[in-house]
Design a protein around this ligand. Structure first.
Ligand code: SIN
Ligand code: FE2
Length: 220
């Protein structure tokens, strides 16, 4: 029977953004991007009109289930030759679309909130998940400078974010990430293994059955 008090979820909603520790140097900023989320999605649409989402191939020859594009001075790419950052979109031969000031500002504020001031990313990888799409456990280690954190923004349908340790064999912990949540990991967690479980069927008013993720990196 109800005790007449709001549920924990409702209280969390009323309390606004909150910080949840993931590991040493890693936090989940709940709802941190909620107010900007609709504008972020509109910007993703403009970027994808210039640099379409595509399914990259891993060096091992597998087609990734997550569709990707980029904005910023450099973008992350994968093909049979390996993983790397490049200034041009290999699909169009043109530079990646510029990183909108809205993106840059959000990334810097989230990093500061997590204890990493002065974060100025050049790269924003944009991931698009349809139901069933997943990202296996991996480290973000293609960046020239590992002293800066990773800032990761969730939009649309909720997903399960897996956050492990520095060893691939460390059992990852599971966190639900919702529209507007921002994860930041750096310092002792910078090379933590992480991934995303297969996206479940779901619906979000702004994205339909899709989830988007923005991953900001200081790449150079
Ligand atoms: C990534 O590791 O590049 C993306 C993580 C996510 O989609 O939440
Ligand atoms: Fe990653």
């Amino acid at each position: 029977m109800s005790d007449g008090l709001p549920s924990g979820d409702l209280l969390a909603g009323l309390a606004g953004p909150s910080t949840e520790p993931l590991a040493s140097g890693a936090v989940l900023l709940r709802g941190f991007a909620a107010d900007e989320a609709a504008a972020l999605l509109e910007a993703i649409g403009r970027i994808a009109a210039q640099a379409p989402f595509r399914h990259l191939v891993t060096p091992g020859g597998f087609r990734m289930s997550v569709a990707m594009t980029n904005c910023g001075a450099v973008g992350w790419i994968s093909d049979r030759r390996g993983y790397r950052y490049g200034a041009d979109d290999p699909e169009t031969g043109k530079p990646w679309p510029a990183m909108p000031p809205l993106f840059r500002g959000l990334a810097g504020r989230a990093a500061r909130e997590a204890g990493f001031p002065g974060f100025e990313p050049e790269a924003c990888l944009i991931n698009r998940y349809e139901p069933g799409a997943r990202l296996t456990l991996h480290q973000d280690r293609d960046e020239g400078n590992l002293s800066h954190p990773i800032v990761s923004v969730s939009l649309g349908v909720p997903a399960t974010f897996l956050f492990g340790g520095l060893d691939r064999k460390d059992k990852p912990r599971r966190f639900r990430v919702d529209h507007g949540d921002v994860a930041v990991w750096g310092g002792p967690s910078r090379l933590a293994f992480h991934g995303v479980d297969a996206l479940k069927q779901g619906h979000h008013d702004l994205t339909g059955q899709l989830r988007y993720n923005l991953t900001f990196r200081k790449a150079l």
